[in-house]
Design a protein around this ligand. Structure first.
Ligand code: F0G
Length: 482
C-alpha cells in the first residue's frame, strides 16, 4: 500500500520515510544567479552546486541512500580480486534480476561501451523503442545506426497513453525484414524510456518483442537502469499485473531479455553498473573487455563500498514504499502544473517532471534551443537546476547539420526521497511565475560545441540581452524576499 488517503480529499504524496542526515542548501541572490549561469555558459551542467538551491539535474547518483545501504558500506571487503562484496552483488543480481552471470562496470555507459564493442559491427542497425544519449554515442562510435520504433502517438507530449515507451511491433518486423537479420545484432528496449519523459513500456509489449526476437533469432537487450519505476507503473497501469509483487514483475521483465544492463547510479541509489545474463556464451564474449576498460572482474571500476550499497539497494528496489516515492511526487507536480495550464508531459512518468519547452516558449525556434533557454531562465527565477533534454542533447548529422530533437523538454528530476513537499511546491510556484512571463525568455547559441555528447560541457550565450531583463522583472516582482 503506497497511497495514503487524506480525509480532506487532497491527493498528497505522503513521505513514508524520515530524514536523518541533512545537507544545507544555498538559495543565492538573483544577481549571483545571473553571474553563475553566465559563468556556466548557460549550461546547467556547468553550474557549481554552491550556486544551486534544489538540484533537479538528474537522479543519477543523487537518490537518497538508505540507512541499511550506508551500514553495508562499512562491511566492504577491500580486495582487488575475489572480494566478498562482489559475491553479495552477484547474489543480489541473481535474486532480484534473475541472472546468474554478472560483469561489473563503473557505470551504465561503460556497459553500453562493452556491449557495443562486443556485438555491433559497422553498418549494423539496432532497433529500439528510443535512444538514450550515451547508448546512441556508443553505437555510433562503433559504426552502428539506430532505428527508433515507438508508436506514432508516443511523441504527443500531452496524452493519456499509459505506455508511451512501447515499441511498435509492426515497425519492428518491418525494420528486421528491410535490414536483414544478419545486420541486426540485437533489439534494445529501455525501461522507463528516459528521453521522451520517463515513459514506461507495458509487459504485454515486452512479451511481443520477445516473440519477434524468437521468430528471427535476434538477441534482446534490456536497459534496466529505471526498471524499478517501470515495474511500478506496470503494476499501476496494466490490469494483468495489478496483483503481482514488484519482485515478480521485475523478474518477468528481465527473464524476457537475453542481456540486461544497468546504471546502478539510477537503479540502486549508489554508483557503478552491471551487465548480466543467463547465457554463458554471451558472458564469455564480453568478459575480456572488463579488465581492459573497467578493472578486475570482481570490482569493474566500482569501489567495494559502493558494491555493498548496490547489493542492498537492488533488494530495496522491490519495496513499493521506496520505489513509488519519486513517481508519486512526479505525479503530484505534473498534475499541479497541468491544472495550471503549464505544458508538461503527461501521463506523469518517472525520473522527473518534464516541462514541454516547445509549447512553453513557442516563440523560440528549435535552432535556438528552447529547452536550454527555459532551463537557464528557470534557474534565474528559482535557483533550481533542471536539465535540457532537447536539441542541445541531440547530435549533428554527417553534414554537420543539427538533428532537431523530437521533443524540447526541461527535465526537473525528482530523485528518490531527497526533496520535501514544500520544496516541490516552490518549484511549481516559480514555474507558474515564469509561465506568465514566458515571452521574456529568448534563445541561445553555441560559443563552444564539443564534438561528442556536446550537452555535457558545451558553452552557450543568449541571442539577446533577455537574461538581464528577466532578472530586472524578477527583482521588481519579488523584491528582496527571494
Ligand atoms: N541508460 C539510461 C536509461 C540512463 O538514464 C542512463 C543515464 C544511462 C543508461 C547511462 O548511465 O550515467 O551511469 O553512465 N542517465 C542519467 C540521466 C545520466 O541523467 O538521465 P550512466
Amino acid at each position: 500500500m503506497t497511497k495514503v488517503k487524506f480525509f480532506n480529499g487532497e491527493d498528497i504524496p505522503l513521505e513514508l520515510h524520515k530524514v536523518r542526515v541533512v545537507q544545507k542548501l544555498h538559495l543565492v541572490p538573483i544577481e549571483r544567479r545571473l553571474d553563475a549561469i553566465k559563468e556556466a555558459g548557460f549550461n546547467t551542467f556547468r553550474l557549481s552546486t554552491k550556486d544551486v538551491f534544489l538540484d533537479m539535474l538528474t537522479d543519477s547518483g543523487t537518490n537518497a541512500m538508505s540507512d541499511n545501504q550506508i551500514a553495508a558500506m562499512f562491511q566492504a571487503d577491500d580486495a582487488y580480486a575475489g572480494s566478498q562484496s562482489f559475491d553479495k552483488y552477484q547474489q543480489a543480481v541473481e535474486d532480484v534480476l534473475g541472472k546468474k552471470y554478472l560483469l561489473p562496470v563503473h557505470q551504465g555507459r561503460a556497459a553500453e561501451n562493452v556491449i557495443s564493442k562486443t556485438f555491433i559491427k559497422p553498418g549494423n542497425v539496432i532497433p529500439m523503442n528510443y535512444h538514450f544519449t550515451t547508448a546512441l554515442a556508443h553505437i555510433l562510435d562503433v559504426g552502428g545506426k539506430i532505428a527508433e520504433l515507438l508508436y506514432d502517438d508516443a511523441l504527443i507530449l500531452k496524452s493519456t497513453n499509459p505506455f508511451k515507451g512501447n515499441i511498435d511491433i509492426d515497425k519492428l518486423e518491418k525494420c528486421i525484414e528491410e535490414n536483414g537479420v544478419d545486420n541486426i545484432p540485437f533489439i534494445r528496449m529501455e525501461a522507463s524510456t528516459n528521453l521522451i519523459g520517463g515513459q514506461p513500456f507495458s509487459m504485454a509489449n515486452l512479451m511481443d518483442v520477445r516473440r519477434v526476437a524468437d521468430k528471427y533469432g535476434i538477441m534482446l537487450v534490456l536497459d534496466a537502469s529505471l526498471i524499478g519505476e517501470n515495474a511500478y507503473l506496470i503494476k499501476q497501469r496494466e490490469d494483468a499485473w495489478k496483483e503481482n509483487s514488484l519482485a515478480d514483475i521485475i523478474k518477468t521483465m528481465t527473464g524476457l531479455a537475453d542481456l540486461v544492463y544497468f546504471s546502478a547510479r539510477k537503479l540502486s541509489s549508489s554508483r557503478g553498473g552491471g551487465i548480466c545474463t543467463n547465457r554463458k556464451e554471451l558472458y564469455n564474449k564480453m568478459e575480456a573487455l572488463i579488465p581492459l576498460y573497467e578493472g578486475f572482474l570482481t570490482y569493474g571500476g566500482i569501489s567495494v563500498r559502493e558494491i555493498e550499497a548496490i547489493a542492498v539497494g537492488l533488494r530495496e528496489t522491490l519495496d513499493e514504499t521506496m520505489i513509488s516515492q519519486s513517481p508519486r511526487f512526479i505525479e503530484f507536480v505534473v498534475n499541479e502544473l497541468d491544472s495550471k495550464g503549464i505544458p508538461v508531459v503527461t501521463p506523469p512518468g518517472v525520473l522527473g517532471a518534464h516541462v514541454d519547452a516547445g509549447s512553453f516558449c513557442p516563440h523560440i525556434p528549435q535552432t535556438e534551443y528552447p529547452a536550454g533557454a527555459l532551463a537557464a531562465a528557470f534557474y534565474l527565477i528559482s535557483g533550481v537546476r533542471g536539465m535540457e533534454r532537447g536539441t542541445i542533447s541531440s547530435v549533428r548529422d554527417e553534414n554537420g547539420e543539427e538533428i532537431l530533437a523530437d521533443a524540447e523538454l526541461l527535465r526537473l528530476a525528482i530523485p528518490r526521497r531527497v526533496f520535501t513537499l514544500s520544496q516541490v511546491k516552490y518549484v511549481i510556484d516559480r514555474l507558474e511565475w515564469l509561465y506568465q512571463n514566458r515571452d521574456m525568455i529568448g534563445g541561445l547559441k553555441f560559443t563552444y560545441e564539443p564534438p561528442v555528447l556536446r550537452f555535457f560541457m558545451g558553452g552557450l550565450e543568449p541571442t539577446s540581452d533577455w537574461p538581464s531583463k528577466l532578472m530586472e522583472k524578477i527583482r521588481k516582482d519579488f523584491g528582496d524576499s527571494l
